[in-house]
Design a protein around this ligand. Structure first.
Ligand code: SF4
Length: 289
């Protein structure tokens, strides 16, 4: 391996370790739920459901029996003992750093971001990707950061992974503009690398303000970065995916990122189960307020 490539890989691994993402990349084995189709049931349903849903009549865990728990991992009852909970960042938490602002709105937050140069991600971006959707959405999806298509268009989740997310939303009986979609960092990390710890720390207060302004019933983290950032953990996402947490007045659930599903279609069944839990909590159909 040439030295430049080796240095690049080492930097990425170092960044992953700092963010606590290492376990996620090493811990992919357990997802193999194969969807089963009911006779004649799925051809007329949205593409995502058609590709993953076991059955339209599959029982959905009710909100009452959903495991809404805080704190995050203290009471985890896993067959395999979880690694010790370790906060991502030392010092004041993101939540202490981002106090709620009375009367905050998405417009004010966007205005405060301005032509932001607060972290190094501004250098290579084309557009700040703030977020889109219903400002009073009951459901917010949060990804990691903009990719190439998102950077070019200034809108989150518009590439291949975005198309899959749209299918997932429609499979839930919603439209894309019923929900709100945003990312942990608002500018594209170069070459689609993971956002680094200091970049997340700098940009996340805007995300927290967005969530406070919207006040959703459910926050759905797409992938390890969003989940680990909001839950302040370095646990691998497979340890807590599909579990409910209380998060600043909302219920929070983490599931796999659509980009992961593009690479690992067999995980779609697991994601569909998570989305069914979300639908149960929304009491469907998560309509526009
Ligand atoms: Fe500013 Fe966030 Fe972009 Fe960094 S990622 S430059 S903090 S908007």
């Amino acid at each position: 391996m040439d030295p430049a490539t080796r240095a690049k890989i080492e930097a990425r691994l170092r960044s992953s370790d700092e963010l606590g993402l290492g376990p996620y990349y090493l811990d992919r084995a357990p997802f193999h739920t194969a969807p089963t189709e009911t006779p004649g049931g799925i051809s007329s349903r949205p593409e995502f459901v058609a590709s993953v849903a076991p059955s339209a009549a599959t029982p959905v865990a009710s909100a009452a029996t959903g495991r809404v728990r805080v704190p995050v991992f203290a009471s985890a009852t896993k067959a395999t003992p979880a690694a010790p909970f370790v906060p991502v960042a030392a010092g004041p938490s993101l939540f202490e750093a981002a106090e709620r602002i009375e009367g905050d709105t998405l417009e004010k937050i966007r205005a405060d971001i301005g032509d932001c140069t607060r972290c190094r991600l501004h250098k290579a971006r084309t557009n700040i990707v703030f977020g889109v959707g219903n400002p009073k959405a009951e459901l917010v999806f949060i990804g990691e950061g903009p990719g190439r298509d998102e950077d070019a268009q200034g809108e989150p989740f518009v590439g291949r992974a975005g198309k899959l997310l749209t299918q997932m939303i429609e499979a839930m009986g919603l439209r894309r503009d019923d929900v709100y979609i945003c990312n942990v960092v608002k500018c594209r990390p170069p070459e689609n690398r993971l956002p680094e710890k200091d970049e997340i720390a700098t940009c996340s207060p805007f995300l927290l303000r967005q969530l406070a302004a919207i006040g959703p019933k459910v926050v759905c983290c797409l992938g390890a970065c969003a989940a680990q950032t909001l839950l302040q953990t370095n646990q691998g996402i497979s340890r807590f995916r599909g579990e409910w947490f209380d998060f600043r007045g909302s219920k929070l659930i983490a599931t796999y990122h659509p980009a992961y599903l593009l690479r690992n279609p067999s995980a779609k069944g697991e994601v569909w189960k998570d989305l069914q839990k979300v639908m149960a909590v929304l009491g469907h159909a998560g309509k526009r307020r």
